[in-house]
Write a protein that binds this ligand. Sequence first.
Ligand code: ADP
Length: 404
Amino acid sequence: MKILVLNSGSSSVKFQLFDMGDNCVIASGLVEKIGETSSYAKLKDVGSDKIYEERAPLKDHHEGLEAMRRLFVSSNILHDFSELGGIGHRIVHGGESFSDSALVTPDVIAKIEQNSVLAPLHNPGHLAGIRNAMQETDKNGSGKKVPHVVVFDTVFHQTIPEYAYRYALPFDLCKRLHIRRYGFHGTSHHYVTKKAAEYLGVPYEKFNAVSLHLGNGASACAVQGGKSVDTSMGLSPLEGLIMGTRSGDMDPAVLTYLLNLGELTAEGIDAFLNKKSGLLGICGSNDMREVVVKMQGGDERAHLAFEMFCYRIKKYIGAYYAVLGRVDAVVFTGGIGENAPYSREKICNDLTHMGIRIDHELNFAASGGIRDLSAPDAAVKTLVVPTNEELEIALETKRVIENL
Ligand code: ADP
């Protein structure tokens, strides 16, 4: 079965085509700058490494997906979308409406639309992607209906108990306006903890872990018996860990203070917290590679940013250790989690009392795969598990289709 995974944003669509026989990627690509004159679409045939490209203005998602279809045809990878077993769509915010991935129906589309208020930067782009991809598949030559499935970043966290997902704010207001912790990176936390359990030979339903997805966006997740029981991101992907340009946790009184001083306007809050803070706000670089290079060159702010980033993660490991009671593994993933040994070392230093101890050489050894960094006497395993959110979406899509 071939499954196409789409991640549609407001002006871009990323795609990957999987062969679900061996869970391998056949082709990947993207359509960029939709709505601009400099739009383009690119497809890479993974088998031959050949790149297919179209550069022409694409005025909307409809034209964007048409360009994607043309590239599939000209590369000879697909001749018609009826060859697909299904299409899986990544959706950032499922709100309270979804506790599982779902087959796309008019009702499902209406619910995603209702949740757009919680994710105004993401859900409208996802919806444009779904609607236009459905048009593309509906017009295939054979008349065969290709199922579309939506997979949510929030769903894995729907098992978090109420005392952990509520904010201590006026209850009725929160209930009415759906204000609560939702959590994000769910497909990643789910995928890497499943892989970690498999790697360690522990049944997933018995597996306890602290999962650390550290990329430009970063979140921690407490997994108990294969279920998310807490996570650091909240109503939006802003809360929790320090990120490339996002503040993570902070006292909300900072905002009232700045508003009262006239240093910030209500309209400016979003950009202040999401785009100007985090590593960038502290040291002027949002990219961990740059932060490490600057730090090694003696830049004190970069050193501080690095220490703050690692310290915040350490605090969450401690908190989730307390929540879980027994931890089988700490799992690192994401661009930083997978590739930045300095961060892993700093985060795991001095956690021996909790059974967490990594081996220096294993931590710094270059490898792209799943690996165990633990020192021989560590009671808790520390693993690096490369994430693959697209594959997780493809697997979910297949599961939903097979259960129809
Ligand atoms: P996104 O959240 O956008 O998917 P990624 O998971 O790709 O982001 O992570 C991006 C982050 O990973 C950046 O801060 C980048 O500096 C960091 N990163 C990627 N490769 C390395 C590396 N080799 N060493 C240190 N940091 C790295």
